[in-house]
Ligand binder design. Sequence first.
Ligand code: FRU
Length: 535
Amino acid sequence: ISVSGQHRTAYHFQPPKNWINDPNGPMYYKGIYHLFYQYNPKGSVWGNIVWAHSVSKDLINWRSLEHALYPSKPFDKFGCWSGSATIVPGKGPVILYTGVVDDKQTQVQCYAIPEDLNDPLLQKWVKPDKFNPILVANKGVNGSAFRDPTTAWLSKDGHWKILVGSRKNLTGIAYLYRSKDFMNWVQAKHPIHSKGATGMWECPDFYPVLLRGNAGLETSEEGNHVKYVFKNSLDITRFDYYTVGTYFKDKDRYVPDNTSEDGWGGLRYDYGNFYASKSFFDPSKNRRILWGWANESDTKEDDVRKGWAGIQAIPRTVWLDSTGRQLVQWPVEELNNLRGKEVNMNSQKLQMGDYVEVKGITAAQADVEVTFSFASLDKAETYDPKWVNAQDLCALKGSKLQGGVGPFGLLTLASQNFEEFTPVFFRIFKGPDKHVVLLCSDARSSSLKSSMYKPSFAGFVDVDLATKRKLSLRSLIDHSVVESFGEGGKTNILSRVYPQLAVANQAQLFVFNNGTEPISVENLKAWSMNPADIK
Ligand code: FRU
């Protein structure tokens, strides 16, 4: 296998060839999970977009079916772009998606329904001419920035509601539409939410979360036990931002909490390659699941050479953290069924400069869970309040620059002589009133190849170290993916990396510490991962 063949994933969702982007219309229906996604049947760059369709019983192993939606009508002649599914009581699943009607990329919203509701695979979809397109941009709405309808929710007054992403100049907007019959939709006087200087809001997502507990909620659930999450994908930076807030139903307005910064400095689902995500409620396990697209960091030319581009991140269960300030995400439990050979490390001390290899597993195709502890925070470096940008701070400090408490963490996809390595690590600073924890997934040293995107992705971790002297980390390593979950899924980073040497059985995994404070690997479990069955 060529080196680029070695970069294909073994357990992250990926079709055999060609370009993919956003996950679309995920749902659970009659015992089957459905994943649709943006796909170019003709090549490995973006274009000719259809909805490809795969089905699964466990969210990990997949069978592909015929394309569910492809350009076939005047209202989607130039593409079937992103959208969502809603299971409408008494009617069954309805897909809402964006149709592109001309070469100026004029966008309208369309609907599609299954040909046969008794087919659990939902293999054939029809786009009835009656009512389609269900929405065209009203006067005052930018028709070439009008897309990605959400899953609908039903309010107590009997109205269905959806959001459509847009912008007016540089103001990002989510328009709200109401309908009594799911077919005739009327634009509300006010958008549900908007924000200046954020640009186009792609793929908005809006859903309730439980105030306490990690069970998921059906999208229409409401009440005092519930808070709301509003997410949009900002095409200027290509990250998914969210806030936690209140939904005022009488006015159909969403207001972020004051603990949730709204805009560029705000919370992200993931601080790495993770975009255009979408969540859905899984009634079979009472959880909300989040899918995100992990685009390539490779160049376009390399995508063409490889013949493929884009994967989906591992689906994540998502819930509100007990602080109420942020979400927590964790790979769906079904992933654990792929775990094969296991190795352990316990109470391993790491002095400054120590690198200890985790031996005995397939380090390029692995799942690692580790808890690090330290006796004291006295040696933590002083935090400079100017360091507001985590990614810049990670670039400034790196994994090799000696620190006080940290850098410590995992060294993934390391080549034999450390020509290549992708470190995922913590670094702790002493802030003015509390400790500041940085999680970094630094791709700068990931590959000897120079012509590609190798960012020092990073995010801060909202954890209180006043009484606790521990931090946990999980990394899913899959050839060209290092997908990491910091502190139980509070801060997450997916990096796409393309080592030239650290491939297949040449790749190694280490734990390391480059801080003066000794670190203990309290407990580490690592597994070789079996490949998922994706056909
Ligand atoms: C996000 C996006 C969506 C659009 C789709 C087109 O990645 O640009 O806004 O519907 O991709 O493929």
